[in-house]
Design a protein around this ligand. Structure first.
Ligand SMILES: *Cc1c(COP(=O)(O)O)cnc(C)c1O
Length: 385
């Protein structure tokens, strides 16, 4: 019988004592533990985690299978992958850092720069991992409300910087609204940020961007000493399951992140999969084109139904359903679409399999009919971002 506690134990399993005398940090106790969405029913589409719907390319599976020396620890420095990325972006390998997903990188940089009494500024609503990572560091979150259109208010973010600010996170495209920061606005913003403040540009969805005006961290390498660019293999490259992401920035900043990291957490399997994916990049980026094309059909279909959706540059769309979020998410779920609902705020729906497009649009139409009908105050125009 499982002794692992409430997560996997069946209802009748014996339970460990509650451990309610153990002193824990109050701010940690107040933070809900990460819970993944329910697994999708067999005929439902899981569009809740912005995963790539395409299975790995054959060469990637082979590279993973060739990693047989798993009785040994991996290369802690991920040297081959860093060398490859450094050559590609014309920087020194010391200016690349690899982590077990860019969530791990975010945690390392926040830990390296901020602690009790310090502040971390970011737009909100944004990536749901930010608040918890800041809390775990001991620092304080300073969330700055998104613009009415769901984007970053860079002037307000700059204005929120105080002598206590250690880190600013800019998420472009923003999860969950899909909006981007323009290159011009970002440059102007960086002139307002003190050199002593670390800026993390979280570009987990960069490969899906088609707006030529959007900021692209890799196009401005070297311009701002306090800027670190975060990228991941989880989304466009379809490697969410092996956990690998990378950072590009000044060696001193990356060394601080390395010093804050749990060593050896990027497996050899993950490194091999990332290298093999870079070798097959052209093929992978064709798949990204396919997803971008589906995204335009989803956005167009939703707008035709009357939804006001932000112009997403990522592999998801945002339904600003506000108070109706729980009811709308239930309609989606009943109709085979598992999405990510943020109660009271909105629903993020990933762009997934081709067959999911029609199914999503049909369910969205049902929401329009059911929730709007007979409720003149529940008009779709109110669901504007
Ligand atoms: C998905 C995501 C990440 C990274 O995920 P990893 O799988 O840890 O690389 C980082 N930032 C944002 C905004 C994301 O949506």
């Amino acid at each position: 019988m499982s002794r692992l506690g409430k997560v996997i134990a069946p209802d009748n399993a014996s339970r460990l004592p509650e451990a309610d005398k153990v002193a824990l940090r109050p701010e940690i106790l107040a933070t809900p533990p990460y819970r993944q969405g329910k697994p999708a029913a067999a005929d439902a589409f899981k569009l809740s985690s912005n995963e790539n719907p395409f299975p790995p390319l054959p060469g990637v599976i082979e590279a993973i299978a060739a990693e047989t020396a798993i009785n040994r620890y991996p290369d802690a420095a991920a040297f081959a992958l860093r060398e490859r990325l450094a050559a590609r972006h014309d920087v020194d390998p010391a200016e690349i850092h690899v982590g077990s997903g860019s969530v791990a990188l975010l945690a390392q940089f926040i830990l390296a720069a901020a602690t009790l009494g310090d502040e971390v500024v970011y737009s909100w609503r944004s990536f749901e991992a930010y608040p918890g990572l800041v809390t775990a560091s001991g620092a304080t979150s300073v969330p700055v409300p998104n613009t009415a259109a769901g984007g970053h208010d860079l002037d307000a973010i700059a204005a929120a910087i105080t002598p206590r600010t250690r880190v600013v996170i800019v998420c472009s495209p923003n999860n969950p609204t899909g909006t981007t920061v323009t290159a011009a606005d970002f440059e102007r913003f960086m002139t307002q940020v003190p050199d002593s403040v670390l800026v993390l540009l979280d570009e987990a969805y960069a490969e899906f961007v088609r707006d030529a005006e959007a900021v692209n961290g890799l196009a401005i390498i070297g311009r701002h000493p306090n800027l670190v660019i975060l990228r991941t293999f989880s989304k466009a490259y379809g490697l969410a399951g092996v956990r690998v992401g990378w950072a590009l920035g000044a060696e001193r900043l990356l060394d601080a992140a390395r010093a804050s990291a749990i060593p050896l957490s990027v497996t050899g399997i993950a490194q091999a999969a990332a290298l093999a994916s870079l070798e097959r990049e052209a093929e992978l980026l064709q798949r990204v084109d396919t997803i971008v094309e589906r995204r335009s059909r989803v956005l167009a279909g939703l707008r035709e139904q009357g939804w006001s959706v932000p112009e997403s540059q990522a592999n998801f769309v945002w339904l600003a359903t506000g108070d109706e979020t729980d009811a709308a998410a239930a309609v989606l779920a009943e109709n085979g679409i598992i999405a990510r609902a943020f109660s009271g705020s909105g629903i993020r729906v990933s762009v997934g399999e081709e067959e999911s497009v029609e199914k999503l649009l049909a369910a969205a139409q049902l929401i329009v009919e059911n929730l709007s009908a007979g409720h003149p105050d529940r008009r779709l125009e109110r669901w504007c971002p």
